[in-house]
Design a protein around this ligand. Structure first.
Ligand SMILES: NC(=O)c1ccc[n+]([C@@H]2O[C@H](COP(=O)([O-])OP(=O)(O)OC[C@H]3O[C@@H](n4cnc5c(N)ncnc54)[C@H](O)[C@@H]3O)[C@@H](O)[C@H]2O)c1
Length: 259
């Protein structure tokens, strides 16, 4: 799909990947871009820069997501593409406290469920629409050092697959964006272990998204190596796991629980 003349919502649009997407969509001639974020001040800065609209919302609250959809439809008439991009990271393994597991589940998974509920019926009525869910390469492979991030990003890919299987024949296009490390606040200055193949600039990633949307393939992989890693994982799971243990040892000697 082309984004020119489209009405687009981007959650997590105030920073990092979301802000780069907002700017790139505006440059491509989108009809309207809604910059949605918990950080209203920065959302306004991005929106002003691109002549879009800012909206304060916490995507882990269903009522906020419903208000965001209503706001966009009242302002622009409809939504062509919803980029459900806001996400958070938590470091640690099974020892992470329950409240951290719960919070990341709500932000990285339930937000996409709320978005799907809020937009799919209207899109089907209008003859179609698109949803791009920002997962991660961690949702296809794993995130060394973070079980909650790996699990929730896998769940996001699972949800995206299920939505496209369920509603694809009714005109709902779904994209799963699965990058490796991108230079944002979340990745930190060096990107950590996710940057083993380098750190991509958000603007480069936005370019890959434009390309992926045009191609209309389910998976958008700004780092093409991720496809090779997926193939290795499915062709010999145990060998792939051994390789991941070796990678972990390079970054966290002795494993995350070593004192
Ligand atoms: N940076 C990377 O290396 C990388 C790699 C793969 C996937 N991702 C994913 O890309 C997405 C964007 O990450 P980023 O790197 O741009 O991070 P970022 O921290 O730079 O930006 C995230 C934005 O989301 C907003 N946000 C956080 N929680 C929110 C909530 N509950 N409701 C509304 N907004 C909220 C933040 O205020 C922030 O503006 C995330 O889903 C992340 O998991 C990032």
């Amino acid at each position: 799909m082309k984004v020119t003349d489209k009405v687009i919502v981007v959650t997590g649009g105030a920073n990092g990947i979301g802000a780069a997407l907002c700017r790139r969509f505006a440059r491509e001639g989108a009809k309207g871009v809604v910059v949605a974020d918990v950080d209203e001040t920065l959302a306004k800065v991005v929106a002003e820069e691109i002549n879009g609209a800012a909206f304060k919302c916490d995507v882990s609250r269903e009522e906020d997501v419903k208000r965001l959809v209503r706001f966009t439809e009242e302002k622009y008439g409809w939504i062509d593409l919803f980029c459900s991009n806001a996400g958070i990271g938590v470091m640690g393994g099974v020892e992470c406290p329950n409240d951290q597991w719960q919070r990341i589940w709500e932000v990285n998974v339930m937000s996409h469920v709320y978005v799907g509920r809020a937009i799919i019926p209207g899109m089907i009525k209008r003859g179609g629409g698109a949803l791009m869910i920002t997962s991660s390469a961690a949702g296809l492979l794993s995130q060394i050092g973070s079980a909650p991030y790996s699990v929730t990003k896998h769940a996001a890919v699972g949800l995206a697959e299920n939505i496209t299987i369920t509603y694809g024949d009714q005109g709902i296009k779904v994209f799963a964006l699965c990058p490796q490390a991108v230079r944002t606040a979340m990745a930190g200055p060096d990107g950590g272990v996710a940057a083993v193949d380098g750190l991509m600039e958000p603007e480069q990633l936005a370019e890959a998204v434009i390309d992926g949307l045009n191609k209309e393939e389910f998976l958008i992989l700004p780092h093409p190596d991720v496809k090779t890693y997926m193939q290795r994982k499915t062709s010999d799971y145990d060998r792939w796991l051994q390789g991941m243990r070796r990678l972990q040892a390079r970054f966290i000697a002795g494993g995350p629980l070593k004192k």
